[in-house]
Design a protein. Structure first.
Length: 360
């Protein structure tokens, strides 16, 4: 009788909750119209047909607040801007307002300190800006701007500065930006002001694009677009030093015709992933105890020009956008090795470029 009673009161295992992610796109007549939402089966990785949730031009990069209340999107154009939307579960986003990005062709944005601002990188003229976030989620006009100067050895791609991303350290120590045009990582205080940034030089012609920080905040990993490499930077107080640079391609594969695009650390802090455009693959690295990387594998993907990708908060699924093949593919992540497993799920969408999972 005791055993029967125990069976009744033993709590059931919690069921997986529904997953969803947003997709930023390049818009065009007859093509994508803005930001889309995709539902995903948390058991199988199967994806549903994308739903348009916000009509807005060229939302090529997205950011989301930690409570799934507001979504922010760049308008990647010559007259760049950033749009704010309120999230309405189960329905379309509500447009709040739009502010100039203070530069041309903005291509990246992220939440600033305490999620009270948006940091935006403008590729066209190398300008960075901070836009305050009001209590209702709307954006104020920029209250900080910085325009970089300089160039790199590649005359076609590095004739001047090209800011490609800006982030704030999760520990609120500093903000940093990748500049493809000057082969630099620019390091600012957490809340940038009039200070001159610290300049960390990377390999000439590498073209730093995006970055990801390890869990303890001691190492930063930068994917270099033109060099098709990932650089490991050690952070010790005010000192930043490049300690390693590895190819993201298979040994012996030529760099010509290939570029990196996106980089993320797995939530468990053990693995790092980088997309290779042209080679159409995702490189996986192990993060060693000394912060350095070790290549595990270069996994082919079936999408063409894998641009953005994202990993869900539990580290179970990776979703990648095929910019040129107009589709999105999902992969499972092996819990022991971190290797990617094909799910067989692929959905169509015109010019997807950014994937962003909703917060749990």
């Amino acid at each position: 009788m005791f055993l029967g009673f125990t069976a009744v009161v033993t709590p059931m295992m919690s069921q997986p909750t529904e997953l969803s992610f947003y997709v930023g796109t390049y818009t065009s007549e007859g093509g994508s119209k803005g930001v889309y939402e995709v539902k995903m089966d948390p058991k199988t990785g199967a994806m549903e047909t994308p739903t348009l949730v916000a009509e807005t031009p060229n939302p090529s990069y997205l950011a989301l607040d930690s409570h799934n209340r507001f979504l922010y999107a760049v308008d990647e154009s010559s007259n760049g801007s950033v749009s704010a939307f309120a999230i309405n579960p189960g329905s379309k986003l509500t447009f709040l307002n739009k502010q100039p990005s203070e530069g041309s062709w903005p291509c990246h944005l992220s939440l600033g300190v305490n999620q009270r601002s948006i940091l935006v990188a403008n590729y066209g003229n190398g300008a960075l800006a901070r836009l305050p976030i009001h209590s209702d989620g709307s954006l104020g006009a920029a209250n900080w701007e910085f325009v970089n100067t300089g160039s790199g050895p590649n005359r076609e791609r590095q004739e001047g500065p090209h800011a490609h991303a800006m982030y704030t350290d999760s520990r609120r120590r500093f903000s940093y930006s990748c500049d493809l045009g000057t082969d630099e990582l620019l390091v600012f205080p957490a809340s940038p002001g009039k200070e001159t940034p610290r300049r960390v030089k990377l390999q000439p012609g590498a073209g730093p694009r995006h970055a990801a920080m390890n869990r303890n905040g001691r190492f930063l990993y930068v994917c270099n677009e033109m060099g098709n490499t990932v650089s490991t930077l050690a952070i010790e107080g005010p000192e930043w030093k490049e300690i390693q640079s590895l190819s993201t391609l298979p040994e012996g594969h030529p760099v010509e015709g290939t570029t990196t695009a996106e980089i993320f650390c797995h939530p468990n802090g053990r693995w790092l992933y980088v997309t290779n455009r042209g080679h159409d693959s995702i490189a996986q690295f192990s993060i060693l105890s000394n912060g350095q990387l070790e290549l595990v594998e270069v996994k082919p993907v079936s999408v063409q020009i894998p641009r953005g990708f994202a990993i869900d908060s539990k580290g179970k699924w990776l979703v990648v956008a095929g910019q040129n093949s107009n589709d999105i593919e999902s992969f499972g992540i092996d819990a022991k090795s971190g290797k990617l497993k094909v799910t067989g799920s692929k959905i169509g969408l015109s010019s997807p470029v950014c994937i962003l999972f909703a917060k749990p």
